[in-house]
Design a protein around this ligand. Structure first.
Ligand SMILES: *[C@@H]1O[C@H](CO)[C@@H](O)[C@H](O)[C@H]1NC(C)=O
Ligand SMILES: *[C@@H]1O[C@H](CO)[C@@H](O)[C@H](O)[C@H]1NC(C)=O
Ligand SMILES: *[C@@H]1O[C@H](CO)[C@@H](O)[C@H](O)[C@H]1NC(C)=O
Ligand SMILES: *[C@@H]1O[C@H](CO)[C@@H](O)[C@H](O)[C@H]1NC(C)=O
Ligand SMILES: *[C@@H]1O[C@H](CO)[C@@H](O)[C@H](O)[C@H]1NC(C)=O
Ligand SMILES: *[C@@H]1O[C@H](CO)[C@@H](O)[C@H](O)[C@H]1NC(C)=O
Ligand SMILES: *[C@@H]1O[C@H](CO)[C@@H](O)[C@H](O)[C@H]1NC(C)=O
Ligand SMILES: *[C@@H]1O[C@H](CO)[C@@H](O)[C@H](O)[C@H]1NC(C)=O
Ligand SMILES: *[C@@H]1O[C@H](CO)[C@@H](O)[C@H](O)[C@H]1NC(C)=O
Length: 386
């Protein structure tokens, strides 16, 4: 005690002053570090809140639907044009597969009077007037009215659709009058417009889906995040931001707007080699990319223009919360930070979930149609023991 006092007394005033300064500096630094520590859970909290919040909800219709006319079993009939049985129709490959799958399924009935729901064999998949594929059905109302069930107010009609509206607004309109009772299988449903009694979520896919490239599952992934596709600068302003994330190392962002030949191989290689794949909304809310990314075991990272909350396909039966990322209400610049926080074990688990979900519900167009019918079957009251 005495010794230390004597040491202190030996210090000059100048040294004592320096010690005080040092203490002040240390204190400032300490508080700064404290602030940083308390800020990062703040970022995390806001990232995790913004993300998978709504994903853990399974859309559960508490109110069940009833088949008309005391029909007790869920069944579907493809309506027939009795007046002009020989009239031919132009149908897209996707719609043709939908009809074939329904006809082959256990829910199909060839008896119109005993059917719980109906489908008119008129292609409603593409309702984009400017569509270049040639499958926009003109005079659709006249064509639909050839089917007497269509105007029967008692009958429930199932309508499949991939594209509504057209450039530049892509309004959510089918461009025909809906029958009084209907169920729409749609691709761009949001929490704001989904109606449990008349909607069923449906994924977007090409007619040649799924791609038959072999060697899908890569065991060595070196890329954290990737994207290769169009920027859609005219309608999707948020997509153009991704270029800032590219580092040519573990984040690869490639826009293909200006390339004359599209390198499909590179696209799938990126899906194979990345842990996470960006799935921004396309011209409409959904993107083909979603199922393609799942198929390759890459974890989809969903982003939308105005943080519109997209309902993922088959949320009626799939709990997506452990498998994918919906990144909304957070700055895109924080995305790499957010993804790096997800450890390798968890990534592998998520990838496994993605592949399992894909195999179970999305592995072919018929599989997708049957999943849709299964969801509908659950939604109707059945008096038969299950
Ligand atoms: C979905 O999964 C998450 C995580 O396992 C769970 O917290 C949530 O309750 C699940 N949702 C439903 C509707 O089962
Ligand atoms: C849906 O709701 C019903 C009744 O509220 C409940 O019995 C059922 O377990 C729920 N299903 C899911 C998948 O959450
Ligand atoms: C439905 O059942 C009720 C009672 O069993 C009966 O009164 C009614 O006529 C039936 N309706 C049709 C359309 O068969
Ligand atoms: C319609 O097809 C049937 C055979 O499927 C044929 O007998 C009939 O003549 C055809 N009618 C017309 C108007 O082409
Ligand atoms: C429907 O069944 C037929 C005959 O079994 C089969 O050839 C066809 O591929 C099936 N189509 C679909 C889409 O399931
Ligand atoms: C339904 O199919 C069965 C046999 O497959 C046939 O006997 C029956 O006439 C068909 N009914 C109608 C309404 O076409
Ligand atoms: C994929 O399928 C198409 C037609 O079904 C075929 O022409 C092509 O060779 C197949 N590609 C591979 C890689 O198997
Ligand atoms: C496409 O080319 C134009 C003109 O050469 C250029 O301004 C633009 O940045 C390019 N876009 C992309 C995505 O590379
Ligand atoms: C979750 O869904 C509700 C409506 O069910 C919606 O109001 C809310 O904005 C959604 N949350 C996010 C993060 O989008």
């Amino acid at each position: 005690m005495i010794k230390s006092f004597s040491i202190l007394s030996h210090l000059s005033q100048r040294v004592a002053f320096l010690v005080v300064i040092c203490f002040v500096l240390c204190f400032v630094q300490f508080t700064l570090i404290l602030q940083l520590i308390s800020e990062s859970p703040e970022i995390e909290r806001f990232l995790s809140l913004s993300s998978n919040d709504n994903l853990s909800t399974i859309l559960n219709c508490t109110k069940k639907l009833k088949c008309p006319n005391n029909i007790t079993r869920f069944s579907i009939h493809i309506d027939e044009n009795i007046q002009y049985p020989n009239l031919s129709y132009v149908r897209s490959p996707v719609f043709t597969t939908i009809l074939d799958t329904i006809r082959n399924s256990s829910y199909y009935t060839n008896d119109s009077t005993s059917a719980c729901i109906h489908i008119a064999p008129v292609d409603t998949i593409d309702r984009d007037r400017r569509s270049k594929n040639g499958y926009y059905t003109y005079f659709i109302e006249q064509r639909l009215n050839f089917f007497h069930e269509w105007s029967d107010p008692n009958k429930i009609h199932l309508i499949f659709n991939h594209y509504t509206g057209t450039w530049p607004l892509y309004r959510r309109t089918l461009d025909f009058t809906l029958p009084s009772r209907h169920i729409l299988a749609l691709t761009s449903l949001t929490t704001a417009n989904y109606n449990c009694l008349s909607h069923v979520t449906f994924p977007l896919f090409h007619s040649d889906y799924p791609s038959n490239l072999t060697n899908k599952f890569s065991s060595t992934r070196t890329i954290l995040l990737s994207f290769k596709g169009k920027s859609y600068e005219d309608v999707q302003h948020h997509r153009t931001f991704f270029r800032h994330l590219n580092n040519n190392h573990d984040i690869i962002i490639k826009y293909t707007d200006n390339t004359s030949s599209y390198d499909q191989h590179e696209y799938t290689e990126l899906l194979r080699q990345s842990y996470f794949c960006l799935v921004p909304s396309g011209r409409r809310l959904y993107s083909y990319r979603f199922l393609e990314v799942l198929q390759y075991g890459c974890i989809p990272v969903i982003t939308t223009n105005d943080n519109e909350f997209v309902i993922l396909p088959f949320s009626e039966i799939i709990n997506w919360s452990q498998s994918i990322i919906v990144y909304s209400n957070s700055p895109l610049s924080l995305l790499p930070y957010y993804l790096k926080k997800i450890g390798k074990q968890q990534r592998i688990q998520m990838q496994k979930e993605c592949i399992d979900i894909w195999l179970k519900y999305f592995s072919s167009i018929p599989r997708i149609i049957l999943t849709t019918l299964d969801i509908l079957n659950d939604r109707f009251i059945s008096s038969l023991p299950s």
